[in-house]
Design a protein around this ligand. Structure first.
Ligand code: IMP
Ligand code: MG
Length: 333
């Protein structure tokens, strides 16, 4: 078995969907596995010129690769079935391609109702937190108990370990390091593990890991109740130019410069081997180049200087410059 894992190094919305979509096209995976989160996630994917927003279903489906929702996730059957219909309506063939691990926990209507009244965290109100709580309280419902999910159930042990063919899996994460239940800014976090370790929890053996793709934006965004955005018209510009509005909730995302300390922590904890910085063109259009480091703003003369700074820092962490990619919105890597 071989696995590549995609992790978000920030607060979600850094372009994992795009990286997953790109890797699926080129790296010959047999399976794509969503390893954490529920329909709180929103992955914006441009496939053959068409825009899709997925919440549950991994990007493998766009390329006809078996796409699995793993037991590190929580699944809302109503949203899941809606999403399959949305994909089918958009011309994507889903038959025999989409699966849910039978031990994945389910988001119920009462989880959704409970989350709907959250004000403290600013959740996506999709029932994510209550579903994970019930899982760990051992009072939850698993996918195998839900009739509507029967046609999609899969036994991950059989699929991964008793498969006659070589299995090559892409692990596709949701949310990000800054929202991780353990490493994020608690309590302003999500309820799952958004790390490489979180991916492994889905039945992937550590020695199978080939590459860990860290994904970040050239600036930072966060959605939730925590005060995050400093006063600076540049951040309003980043939001406008970068179209920084939640793909699940439509909420404006708070913006800030990229926090290099957070990126470096996430690189280390996740064991990142390859890194993609997205939305370079948005910074270019706004025309300011800066990062946060040690709690202070560090500005650069221009694009070249900021890229050089980042690649030098990453080289010191063991990631060679040829494994660092600077990407533009909507473009392939
Ligand atoms: P929950 O995951 O819906 O419980 O929300 C907890 C926190 O994570 C809130 O601040 C959400 O805005 C944030 N969050 C959850 N999913 C995403 C995502 O996919 N992108 C960005 N933020 C997210
Ligand atoms: Mg998103």
């Amino acid at each position: 078995m071989e696995t590549d894992i995609i992790v978000d190094l920030q607060y979600g919305d850094s372009g994992k969907g795009k990286v997953a979509h790109f890797l699926c096209k080129t790296k010959k995976y047999t399976h794509v596995l969503r390893y954490n989160g529920g329909c709180n996630a929103g992955h914006t994917i441009f496939h053959k010129g068409k825009k899709f927003i997925t919440h549950h279903i991994p990007a493998g489906v766009f390329w006809g690769i078996k796409s699995i929702i793993g037991p590190g996730c929580v699944v809302d059957p109503v949203q899941f079935l809606k999403e399959i219909k949305m994909l089918e309506d958009g011309g994507i063939k889903t038959k025999g391609k989409i699966f849910v691990a039978k031990n994945t926990h389910v988001i119920t209507a009462s989880h959704r109702n409970e989350d709907a009244v959250d004000v403290a965290i600013g959740t996506t109100k999709r029932g994510n937190g209550p579903a994970y709580r019930d899982k760990y309280a051992r009072i939850g419902v698993r996918a195998e108990q839900v009739k509507a999910l029967k046609p999609y159930l899969i036994d991950l042990y059989e699929e991964f370990y008793e498969n006659k063919k070589k299995v090559v899996i892409l692990g596709e994460g949701a949310q990000g390091f800054g929202l991780d239940i353990d490493w994020g800014d608690y309590p302003f976090v999500t309820s799952s593990h958004c790390t490489t370790a979180g991916a492994l929890l889905n039945g992937l053996p550590p020695q199978s890991v080939r590459h860990v793709w860290g994904v970040a934006k050239m600036y930072e965004t966060y959605v939730g109740t925590k005060k995050f955005e400093p006063k600076n018209p540049a951040f309003e510009e980043l939001r406008r130019v970068g179209e920084e509005y939640g793909s699940t909730t439509g909420r404006p995302r708070q913006c800030n410069w990229m926090n290099v300390d957070l990126i470096e922590q996430a690189v280390r904890v996740n064991g990142v081997t390859h890194l993609v910085f997205n939305k370079t063109d948005v910074m270019r259009e706004v025309g300011e180049w800066a990062v946060l480091i040690g709690g202070k703003v560090r500005a650069f003369k221009g694009e070249k200087e900021m890229k050089h700074f980042l690649t030098t820092r990453l080289k010191a962490l063991g990631i060679p410059p040829r494994q660092v990619y600077f990407s533009e919105s909507r473009e392939a890597i």
